[in-house]
Design a protein around this ligand. Structure first.
Ligand code: CP
Length: 301
């Protein structure tokens, strides 16, 4: 069986680098005119998205098409999950009818890890609750490598709603594995102490981190995951933690601005920064297709 990808927590620097190198090679081939590689012809990939998604879902679809495999698309609302069928049984059905791999997004922390134990086909995590989003971190690492070169010794600031961010957790694992320094900054109520245990350093204001960062990764404030009354108002959040044009001007020459998106424009990031010359946000999205192609090939080749 090919390799599952449930998180970056246990991935070695060598495996992360191999995935990034493979994604970069696939990007070169596609740019050279190989729109359809056909290397996974005859395979089928089940996309099981039980939380909303635009980028991750469509880039997995595009990656699957580019590799010549079939997409088995799943719609929770019209499936037998509405009759109470369990996640494990649903995925066993998909494997029984011929899926060769499952890509899953689920609100429950650890859902892909549990499936990996019961399924006989590889599982790729497309985001599990507040835990991990490994392919997002891989596309972030690829984008950072494109702009900064080797990440050893580079400083990356991750800013905002760290408590609810699976993107921040996967990036902490990936960045520290590759030797980068990670600075974490956000409101006290949104900075869980366990993230500092992942080899990252806590900073107390956004203004403290900006002059030191080679890249600043802004996070979406996740109101849908927070309890009522636990988050500041949008205006207050922007005042202390928003990346405004004035703040972005304090970044080093060559520093880049990232965001996993979707963005709350005018809250954690202003339009002039999101669409400005330092922004690599839409490059991140484009790179998503190539890291997902690499992950699918590792799972299915
Ligand atoms: N960054 C990200 O995971 O976006 P989607 O929720 O749109 O997939």
């Amino acid at each position: 069986m090919g390799a599952s990808l449930v998180g970056l927590r246990d991935l070695s620097a060598e495996r992360i680098t191999a995935l990034l190198d493979h994604a970069s090679d696939l990007r070169t081939r596609v740019a050279g005119g190989e729109a359809r590689l056909g290397v996974l012809a005859g395979k089928a990939v089940a996309l099981l998205f039980l939380e909303p998604s635009t980028r991750t879902r469509f880039s997995f679809e595009m990656a699957t098409h580019r590799l010549g495999a079939e997409v088995l698309a799943f719609s929770a609302a019209s499936s037998s999950t509405t009759k109470g069928e369990s996640l494990a049984d649903t995925t066993r059905v998909l494997a029984s009818i011929g899926a060769d791999a499952v890509v899953i997004r689920h609100a429950a922390v650890g859902a892909p890890h549990r499936l990996e134990k019961v399924l006989s086909i590889p599982v790729i995590n497309a985001g599990d609750g507040i835990n991990e989003h490994p392919t997002q971190a891989l596309l972030d690492l690829l984008t950072l490598r494109d702009h900064l070169g080797c990440l050893e010794g580079k400083t990356v600031a991750i800013v905002g709603d760290l408590r609810h961010s699976r993107v921040a957790r996967s990036n902490c694992f990936g960045l520290t594995a590759l030797g980068a320094r990670v600075l974490l900054a956000g409101p006290g109520t949104l900075c869980p102490p366990e993230l500092e245990g992942l080899g990252a350093e806590r900073c107390h204001t956004l203004d403290d981190v900006l002059p030191h960062a080679d890249a600043v990764m802004m996070l979406r404030i996740q109101r849908e995951r927070a309890g009522p009354g636990t988050l500041p108002s949008d205006a207050e959040y922007r005042r202390f933690w928003g990346l405004t044009g004035a703040r972005a001007a304090r970044l080093r020459a060559g520093a880049v601005v990232m965001h996993p998106a979707p963005m709350n424009r005018g809250v954690e990031i202003d339009d002039e920064v999101a669409d400005g010359p330092r922004s690599v946000i839409f490059e991140q999205m484009a790179n998503g297709v190539f890291v997902r192609m690499a992950a699918l090939m590792e799972a299915l080749s």
